[in-house]
Structures are given as C-alpha cells and as structure tokens.
Design a binder for this molecule. Structure first.
Ligand code: GDP
Length: 408
C-alpha cells in the first residue's frame, strides 16, 4: 500500500445513463489485472475475504470504493451514484474524491445527467477529465461532443487525442502529446495495441489539433509559455505539466476518446488519471471545528498529523456494518480506539480492509489520502468525523476543493 501521498488518486467516474460508465470501469479493472478475464471472478488467495453477492454478480462493482494499482500508483475508484435524484449522495461522494472522469457518449454528447453532475463537480471545484466513448457507433461525432462541452457545460475542453475515421469506420486514435497513432488489434479484444507513425491522411489535422493543445498547455504557466514562444514546441513532460496545472486549477479539461466496449482507449484513460488528476497532496488541508474550543483547525494530508477521517458510506454487509472511510490526516489503525468527534463517543475499529473489485485485503493501518473499509464501528454514521482522542475535530460537511498547484 502506497504511503507516498503523491502516488494516490481518488477518483470517480460519472456519466449520463448508458454512456458507458460501467463498461469503462470494468475495462479499467480488467487492464489493471484485478480481474483476469472480463466477466470472470478472480481466483484469489486464502488471505482474501470474498463478498459472495459480488461474486454472483460477476464484476459489477457494488462496493463504495475499489482500489487498483497502475504503474506504481494506487488508484481508488469511488462509486458515484448514477441517479440524479440522489443529489446528496453525489455530493457526498464528491467530498471524498479528488478528481472525476466524465464519460460522454459520442452520439449523444452532453446529456442532462452529464450537466447535473458536471455542475455539482464544478461547485466543489473537483478537477475533471473527459472520455468521449462509443466512437465505434454510427453517428459518433467527437467534434460535436467537444462543442457541446463548450456550449452546455461552459467547459474549456482540450483534446489530447483525436479519433481516426475512414468513412464511418473508427480506426483508432492519435495521441497528440506523443504524436503517435494508436491502433488496437481487434482479434485480441484490444489487449494488444501499437504506437505507430501517424498515417499521412491524418497528419494535417493532427498537427493543427496538437498546436491548439500546446497553446492551451503553455498558457497555464509562465515558464512554459516563454519556452513555447521561443521554440514553438514543448516536450512530453512539459505538455503534461501545463495540462496538469490547467486541470488542477479547473481552467481546462483534457479530453480523450475511444470505445470502452471495444477496449479502445481505455489504458490511456488510466494514464490520464495519473497525469492530470490531483493526488490528495494537491488538495489543500481540510478544515473543521474543534468541538472543545470551537476554533477552526486544519489537517494536512500527512501521517504525522493527528488522525482525521470522514465516514462517507455505511452499508450492511453479511449482517455486519461496513463503514467506508476516507483518511485525511494521521493513521487509522486496526484494533485501536478512535474518537467519533461528531457524536462525542469513543469507538473501536476492529479490522480494516482495502476493497478490490471482488475481494478485500486486510490491512493494519490506513494512511492519509486512502479510502478504506472499517469493520467494528458501532455508532459511526455517514458524515461523521473520526479523529484521535487527543485532537478532536468535526469536518465541515463539505469543503470547497481548491487545489494547490504544487507540481515538482
Ligand atoms: P452506464 O449506464 O453508463 O453504466 O453504461 P453501460 O456501461 O452499462 O453501457 C450501456 C450500453 O452501452 C451497454 O449495452 C454497453 O455494452 C454499451 N456500450 C458501452 N460502451 C460502448 C462503446 O464504446 N461502444 C458501443 N457501441 N457500445 C458501448
């Protein structure tokens, strides 16, 4: 489990119903090898504690959070309710995640639920990237989806990929950052793909789109802008840096495309989560009220700070109470007492787990930035703050996410 906060991402995937949120989530878990074959449950080791209902349901994610590893990063995928009626639940999940992947359908573009959740994320300044899905469908139109993002969401989308079409046929995408085409091998369901030179017929369009992307990235930072004006180019690292600054400050939205169903463009989405979305270290310390003094205090995402954790979901699971918690500061330890600052009572955490797609991994302690499942808490309810007994704090119900730009 990562203890380096910079290597953690807490994200949610949002979409209008049917745009492909489930398909994308499943493919992501497939690629990160949490599941070996789509639709099949992992044959785990004896140390894993299975959830029978989930096994029956295949890989549908019913946990409030699922963790997976990718290129040395620990990514927590937090479930965001699909129905707009649960606005409070959406807002609560926005409270514990640091970034959002919004999925659009390339045919429908921006749809009513896309707008609702987008504006909620906007309100809490949660940085977003977009995946324009279903490019394999007849009527798919990437450029129209981009215009709709501008007009209906008031967003500043910056394509970091463009699709390649021959007639109606979707061939693959062009990665504008590395100036390579990515074409998937259909016979392996997209498991294999190759980075190639860009075919001549798409070169002009790709160069124009890259120029727009470079200008957007350069504008986000003075040093980059100076470099760009002098050299008329930026390297891969510089582009990612500029786009990351823009995403974290909610000034632009890196936009990718593909087809989740055909496994085209899924891995680049996971890379983009790492490249552009914030780590818990990029968001400012959380604030709350010390119930003893009535003073506002802050907690930074550091293990050395006193414990401060937020309960964002309580579920019944096999007759036991399963409490999903985000740790903001300090360490949450198994077999230890915590202070429920909201209720003014002491409680004991019996066991702690990281939840994967179909299994749980027992852990002894959870560090800042992580999302864990705690068993044994009797009184804790959704919205409560758990702290160290010596440093009580009640988190304000919803903090504004205003990311700090601190990129090495
Ligand atoms: P959700 O409601 O957003 O979770 O959407 P789902 O992932 O359940 O997808 C809705 C439907 O769209 C399903 O029938 C999927 O198979 C289909 N679908 C998802 N992604 C794609 C895609 O990239 N291309 C096509 N053609 N169909 C897709």
């Amino acid at each position: 489990m990562a203890q380096n906060v910079a290597k953690i991402r807490n994200i949610g995937i949002t979409a209008h119903i049917d745009a492909g949120k489930t398909t994308l989530s499943e493919r992501i878990l497939y690629y990160t090898k949490k599941i070996h074959k789509i639709g099949e449950v992992d044959e785990g080791s004896a140390t894993m504690d299975y959830m029978p209902q989930e096994q029956e349901r295949g890989i549908t994610i019913t946990s409030a959070a699922t963790m997976f590893l990718w290129k040395g990063y620990e990514i927590h995928l937090i479930d965001t309710p699909g129905h707009v009626d649960f606005t409070i639940e959406v807002e609560r999940s926005l409270r514990v995640l640091d970034g959002v992947v919004a999925v659009l359908c390339a045919v429908g573009g921006v749809q009513p639920q896309t707008e609702t959740v987008w504006h909620q994320a906007e309100r809490y300044k949660v940085p977003r990237i977009v995946f324009v899905n279903k490019l394999d469908r007849i009527g798919a139109d990437f450029n129209r989806a981009i215009s709709m993002m501008r007009e209906r969401l008031g967003a500043n989308p910056v394509p970091v990929q463009i699709p390649m079409f021959r007639g109606d046929e979707f061939l693959g995408v062009i990665d504008l950052i590395r100036m390579k085409s990515i074409v998937w091998d259909q016979s392996t369901l997209g498991d294999e793909f190759s980075f190639d030179d860009i075919p001549d017929e798409f070169l002009e369009e790709a160069l124009a789109a890259r120029k727009t992307m470079l200008e957007s990235a350069a504008e986000m930072d003075e040093e980059l802008l100076e470099h760009y004006l002098e050299n008329e180019d930026l390297d891969e690292k510089q582009i990612i840096r500029g786009l990351r600054i823009g995403t974290l400050s909610n000034r632009l939205v890196p936009t990718l495309c593909g087809s989740a169903l055909k496994n085209q463009g899924v891995q680049p989405v996971i890379d983009a989560v790492i490249d552009f979305l914030p780590s818990p270290a990029d968001v400012p310390p959380v604030s709350g009220v010390n119930p003893t003094t009535g003073e506002v205090e802050f907690r930074a995402p550091k293990a050395k700070e006193p414990l401060c954790a937020f309960v964002f979901k309580v579920m019944m699971d096999q007759g036991r109470k399963a409490t999903y918690v985000r740790v903001y500061s300090g360490e949450l330890e198994a077999e230890k007492e915590v202070y429920n600052a909201t209720r003014g009572s002491k409680e004991r955490v019996a066991r702690l787990f990281l939840t994967h797609a179909n299994k749980r991994e027992k852990i002894t302690a959870a560090f800042p930035g992580t999302i864990v499942l705690a068993v044994g808490l009797k009184d804790a309810r959704t919205g409560d703050t758990l702290t160290s007994p010596s440093a009580p704090l009640v988190l304000e119900s919803l903090d504004m996410h205003i990311p700090v730009i601190s990129i090495a």
